[in-house]
Design a protein around this ligand. Structure first.
Ligand SMILES: C[S@@+](CC[C@H](N)C(=O)[O-])C[C@H]1O[C@@H](n2cnc3c(N)ncnc32)[C@H](O)[C@@H]1O
Length: 242
Protein backbone atom coordinates (compact mmCIF):
# COMPACT_ATOMS: atom_id res chain seq x y z
CA UNK A 1 0.00 0.00 0.00
CA UNK A 2 1.52 3.34 -1.10
CA UNK A 3 -0.63 5.43 1.26
CA UNK A 4 -1.65 5.55 4.94
CA UNK A 5 -4.69 7.34 6.32
CA UNK A 6 -3.88 10.18 8.77
CA UNK A 7 -6.32 12.26 10.87
CA UNK A 8 -5.70 16.03 10.83
CA UNK A 9 -6.30 18.82 13.38
CA UNK A 10 -9.73 19.86 12.07
CA UNK A 11 -11.11 16.29 12.10
CA UNK A 12 -10.72 15.78 8.34
CA UNK A 13 -8.48 13.01 7.00
CA UNK A 14 -5.47 13.15 4.73
CA UNK A 15 -3.09 10.50 3.39
CA UNK A 16 0.59 9.97 4.00
CA UNK A 17 2.48 9.04 0.81
CA UNK A 18 5.23 6.45 1.32
CA UNK A 19 6.64 7.32 -2.11
CA UNK A 20 7.11 11.02 -1.27
CA UNK A 21 7.45 10.46 2.50
CA UNK A 22 5.05 13.34 3.04
CA UNK A 23 1.39 13.96 3.87
CA UNK A 24 -0.98 15.36 1.25
CA UNK A 25 -2.07 18.11 3.69
CA UNK A 26 -0.82 19.79 6.84
CA UNK A 27 -1.79 17.50 9.74
CA UNK A 28 -1.31 20.47 12.09
CA UNK A 29 -3.59 22.88 10.18
CA UNK A 30 -6.16 20.32 8.99
CA UNK A 31 -6.88 19.18 5.43
CA UNK A 32 -10.14 21.10 4.90
CA UNK A 33 -8.93 24.15 6.87
CA UNK A 34 -5.79 24.24 4.75
CA UNK A 35 -7.76 24.09 1.49
CA UNK A 36 -10.14 26.86 2.54
CA UNK A 37 -7.77 29.16 4.41
CA UNK A 38 -4.60 28.85 2.33
CA UNK A 39 -6.14 28.60 -1.14
CA UNK A 40 -9.89 29.08 -1.68
CA UNK A 41 -10.70 32.06 0.60
CA UNK A 42 -7.65 34.20 -0.24
CA UNK A 43 -8.11 33.54 -3.97
CA UNK A 44 -11.84 34.31 -4.06
CA UNK A 45 -11.42 37.41 -1.90
CA UNK A 46 -8.64 38.86 -4.07
CA UNK A 47 -9.83 38.00 -7.59
CA UNK A 48 -13.20 39.53 -8.34
CA UNK A 49 -14.70 38.27 -11.59
CA UNK A 50 -18.09 36.79 -12.50
CA UNK A 51 -16.35 33.71 -13.98
CA UNK A 52 -13.16 32.19 -12.60
CA UNK A 53 -10.74 29.79 -14.30
CA UNK A 54 -8.88 27.92 -11.57
CA UNK A 55 -5.80 25.72 -11.95
CA UNK A 56 -5.57 23.24 -9.05
CA UNK A 57 -1.96 21.95 -8.85
CA UNK A 58 -2.37 19.02 -8.18
CA UNK A 59 -5.63 17.09 -7.66
CA UNK A 60 -4.41 14.65 -4.97
CA UNK A 61 -7.44 13.77 -2.82
CA UNK A 62 -9.43 16.52 -4.54
CA UNK A 63 -9.90 18.46 -1.30
CA UNK A 64 -8.99 21.81 -2.89
CA UNK A 65 -11.35 21.20 -5.81
CA UNK A 66 -14.25 20.06 -3.59
CA UNK A 67 -13.65 22.89 -1.09
CA UNK A 68 -13.82 25.30 -4.05
CA UNK A 69 -17.22 23.90 -5.06
CA UNK A 70 -18.42 24.26 -1.46
CA UNK A 71 -17.20 27.87 -1.22
CA UNK A 72 -18.50 28.76 -4.69
CA UNK A 73 -22.01 27.52 -3.83
CA UNK A 74 -22.25 28.88 -0.28
CA UNK A 75 -20.09 31.97 0.10
CA UNK A 76 -19.25 33.60 -3.20
CA UNK A 77 -21.06 35.84 -5.67
CA UNK A 78 -19.14 34.28 -8.56
CA UNK A 79 -21.52 33.10 -11.29
CA UNK A 80 -19.53 30.24 -12.82
CA UNK A 81 -16.23 28.44 -12.37
CA UNK A 82 -13.95 26.17 -14.35
CA UNK A 83 -11.36 24.06 -12.55
CA UNK A 84 -8.43 22.44 -14.35
CA UNK A 85 -6.45 19.91 -12.33
CA UNK A 86 -3.58 17.62 -13.27
CA UNK A 87 -2.66 14.51 -11.27
CA UNK A 88 0.17 12.11 -12.04
CA UNK A 89 -0.92 9.26 -9.78
CA UNK A 90 -3.77 7.23 -11.32
CA UNK A 91 -3.58 4.62 -8.47
CA UNK A 92 -4.45 7.39 -6.01
CA UNK A 93 -7.48 8.48 -8.06
CA UNK A 94 -8.78 4.91 -8.15
CA UNK A 95 -8.74 4.76 -4.34
CA UNK A 96 -10.49 8.05 -3.55
CA UNK A 97 -13.94 6.44 -3.46
CA UNK A 98 -12.94 4.58 -0.27
CA UNK A 99 -11.75 7.70 1.60
CA UNK A 100 -13.68 9.44 4.37
CA UNK A 101 -14.34 13.06 3.28
CA UNK A 102 -15.36 15.90 5.66
CA UNK A 103 -19.11 16.46 6.13
CA UNK A 104 -19.03 19.82 4.28
CA UNK A 105 -17.63 18.12 1.15
CA UNK A 106 -19.97 15.11 1.12
CA UNK A 107 -22.53 16.86 -1.15
CA UNK A 108 -19.80 16.91 -3.84
CA UNK A 109 -18.84 13.23 -3.73
CA UNK A 110 -21.07 12.60 -6.75
CA UNK A 111 -19.02 15.18 -8.68
CA UNK A 112 -15.82 13.43 -7.54
CA UNK A 113 -17.13 10.06 -8.69
CA UNK A 114 -18.03 11.43 -12.15
CA UNK A 115 -14.70 13.20 -12.43
CA UNK A 116 -12.72 10.07 -11.65
CA UNK A 117 -14.78 8.04 -14.11
CA UNK A 118 -15.01 10.51 -17.02
CA UNK A 119 -12.16 12.97 -16.22
CA UNK A 120 -14.61 15.78 -16.81
CA UNK A 121 -17.64 17.18 -14.97
CA UNK A 122 -20.10 19.73 -16.37
CA UNK A 123 -23.17 21.50 -15.02
CA UNK A 124 -24.78 24.86 -15.90
CA UNK A 125 -22.19 26.86 -13.95
CA UNK A 126 -19.37 24.39 -13.21
CA UNK A 127 -16.81 22.85 -15.54
CA UNK A 128 -14.04 20.61 -14.17
CA UNK A 129 -11.28 18.78 -16.02
CA UNK A 130 -9.04 16.17 -14.41
CA UNK A 131 -5.89 15.49 -16.44
CA UNK A 132 -4.06 12.28 -15.56
CA UNK A 133 -0.44 13.06 -16.32
CA UNK A 134 2.38 15.51 -15.72
CA UNK A 135 1.39 19.01 -14.59
CA UNK A 136 4.39 20.49 -16.43
CA UNK A 137 3.06 19.24 -19.76
CA UNK A 138 -0.56 20.15 -18.91
CA UNK A 139 0.03 23.81 -18.01
CA UNK A 140 1.73 24.48 -21.36
CA UNK A 141 -1.62 23.85 -23.07
CA UNK A 142 -3.68 26.17 -20.85
CA UNK A 143 -4.62 29.86 -21.20
CA UNK A 144 -6.66 32.46 -19.31
CA UNK A 145 -6.21 30.97 -15.82
CA UNK A 146 -7.24 33.47 -13.08
CA UNK A 147 -6.23 31.53 -9.97
CA UNK A 148 -3.53 28.92 -9.36
CA UNK A 149 -3.61 26.78 -6.21
CA UNK A 150 0.07 25.80 -6.03
CA UNK A 151 -0.23 22.72 -3.80
CA UNK A 152 2.40 20.21 -4.93
CA UNK A 153 4.41 18.22 -2.39
CA UNK A 154 7.29 20.20 -0.87
CA UNK A 155 10.08 21.59 -3.12
CA UNK A 156 12.46 18.98 -1.68
CA UNK A 157 10.18 16.05 -2.61
CA UNK A 158 8.51 17.47 -5.74
CA UNK A 159 11.23 19.76 -7.19
CA UNK A 160 9.97 20.05 -10.78
CA UNK A 161 6.85 21.93 -9.63
CA UNK A 162 8.69 24.81 -7.93
CA UNK A 163 11.22 26.07 -10.47
CA UNK A 164 11.68 29.36 -12.34
CA UNK A 165 10.86 27.57 -15.61
CA UNK A 166 7.65 26.09 -14.19
CA UNK A 167 6.52 29.43 -12.68
CA UNK A 168 7.31 31.06 -16.05
CA UNK A 169 4.94 28.57 -17.74
CA UNK A 170 2.30 29.46 -15.11
CA UNK A 171 2.87 33.16 -15.81
CA UNK A 172 2.29 32.49 -19.53
CA UNK A 173 -0.97 30.53 -19.08
CA UNK A 174 -2.59 33.02 -16.66
CA UNK A 175 -4.75 36.12 -17.19
CA UNK A 176 -3.36 39.63 -16.63
CA UNK A 177 -4.66 39.91 -13.04
CA UNK A 178 -3.96 36.31 -12.03
CA UNK A 179 -3.11 35.19 -8.53
CA UNK A 180 -1.28 32.16 -7.12
CA UNK A 181 -1.72 30.78 -3.60
CA UNK A 182 0.79 28.49 -1.91
CA UNK A 183 1.62 27.15 1.52
CA UNK A 184 5.35 27.45 0.80
CA UNK A 185 7.14 30.45 2.32
CA UNK A 186 10.61 29.14 1.39
CA UNK A 187 12.99 31.78 0.02
CA UNK A 188 14.12 29.66 -3.02
CA UNK A 189 10.44 29.32 -4.02
CA UNK A 190 9.81 33.05 -3.62
CA UNK A 191 12.97 33.82 -5.61
CA UNK A 192 11.77 31.48 -8.38
CA UNK A 193 8.34 33.19 -8.46
CA UNK A 194 10.02 36.62 -8.53
CA UNK A 195 12.35 35.68 -11.38
CA UNK A 196 9.38 34.35 -13.35
CA UNK A 197 7.73 37.80 -13.12
CA UNK A 198 5.30 37.35 -10.21
CA UNK A 199 4.91 39.96 -7.43
CA UNK A 200 5.37 38.18 -4.10
CA UNK A 201 3.24 38.79 -0.99
CA UNK A 202 2.71 37.16 2.38
CA UNK A 203 -0.54 36.50 4.25
CA UNK A 204 -1.34 34.98 7.61
CA UNK A 205 -4.75 33.35 7.27
CA UNK A 206 -6.73 32.77 10.45
CA UNK A 207 -5.89 29.44 12.10
CA UNK A 208 -3.00 28.39 9.82
CA UNK A 209 0.67 29.08 9.21
CA UNK A 210 1.73 31.97 6.94
CA UNK A 211 1.34 31.55 3.19
CA UNK A 212 2.73 33.12 0.03
CA UNK A 213 0.48 34.88 -2.49
CA UNK A 214 1.96 35.64 -5.90
CA UNK A 215 0.20 38.04 -8.21
CA UNK A 216 0.54 39.76 -11.57
CA UNK A 217 -1.05 42.94 -10.23
CA UNK A 218 -0.37 44.98 -7.09
CA UNK A 219 -2.37 43.71 -4.11
CA UNK A 220 -3.35 45.26 -0.76
CA UNK A 221 -1.14 42.74 1.09
CA UNK A 222 2.27 42.77 2.78
CA UNK A 223 4.82 42.69 -0.09
CA UNK A 224 8.01 40.70 0.29
CA UNK A 225 11.07 42.84 -0.42
CA UNK A 226 12.40 40.62 -3.20
CA UNK A 227 15.14 43.04 -4.17
CA UNK A 228 16.61 42.71 -0.69
CA UNK A 229 16.25 38.92 -0.85
CA UNK A 230 17.95 38.80 -4.26
CA UNK A 231 20.86 40.88 -2.94
CA UNK A 232 21.28 39.50 0.57
CA UNK A 233 19.94 35.96 0.70
CA UNK A 234 22.34 33.05 0.36
CA UNK A 235 19.47 31.08 -1.27
CA UNK A 236 19.12 30.63 -5.03
CA UNK A 237 15.88 30.35 -7.00
CA UNK A 238 14.97 26.74 -7.80
CA UNK A 239 15.68 25.80 -11.42
CA UNK A 240 15.00 22.82 -13.70
CA UNK A 241 18.74 22.21 -13.95
CA UNK A 242 18.86 21.75 -10.13
C1 LIG B 1 0.19 17.78 -1.77
S1 LIG B 1 -0.62 16.70 -2.88
C2 LIG B 1 -1.99 17.67 -3.47
C3 LIG B 1 -3.16 17.67 -2.52
C4 LIG B 1 -4.42 18.17 -3.19
N1 LIG B 1 -4.31 19.57 -3.56
C5 LIG B 1 -5.66 17.94 -2.37
O1 LIG B 1 -6.40 18.89 -2.11
O2 LIG B 1 -5.91 16.81 -1.97
C6 LIG B 1 0.44 16.74 -4.28
C7 LIG B 1 -0.06 15.91 -5.46
O3 LIG B 1 0.77 16.21 -6.58
C8 LIG B 1 0.85 15.04 -7.39
N2 LIG B 1 1.99 15.24 -8.30
C9 LIG B 1 3.31 15.27 -8.00
N3 LIG B 1 4.05 15.57 -9.09
C10 LIG B 1 3.16 15.76 -10.11
C11 LIG B 1 3.30 16.12 -11.47
N4 LIG B 1 4.51 16.34 -12.02
N5 LIG B 1 2.18 16.24 -12.22
C12 LIG B 1 0.95 16.02 -11.70
N6 LIG B 1 0.77 15.66 -10.40
C13 LIG B 1 1.86 15.55 -9.60
C14 LIG B 1 1.01 13.93 -6.37
O4 LIG B 1 0.69 12.67 -6.93
C15 LIG B 1 0.04 14.40 -5.29
O5 LIG B 1 -1.23 13.83 -5.49
Amino acid sequence: MKYELRPTADGSYTLYSKEYDECYHSVRDGALTEALQKHVRPAFSLVKKPHLNILDICFGLGINTLATLHYFEHQSDVRSIAIYSPELDSDLLSQLATLEYPEALKPYLGVLEKLIKHKVYKSDNIHIELFVGDAREYVRGLAGIDIVYQDAFSPKKNPTLWTVEYFTDLFACTSEDALLTTYSIATPVRLALDEAGWKVYEMEPQGTKKITIASKRTLPLRPIDMEAKRKRSASQPLRDSG
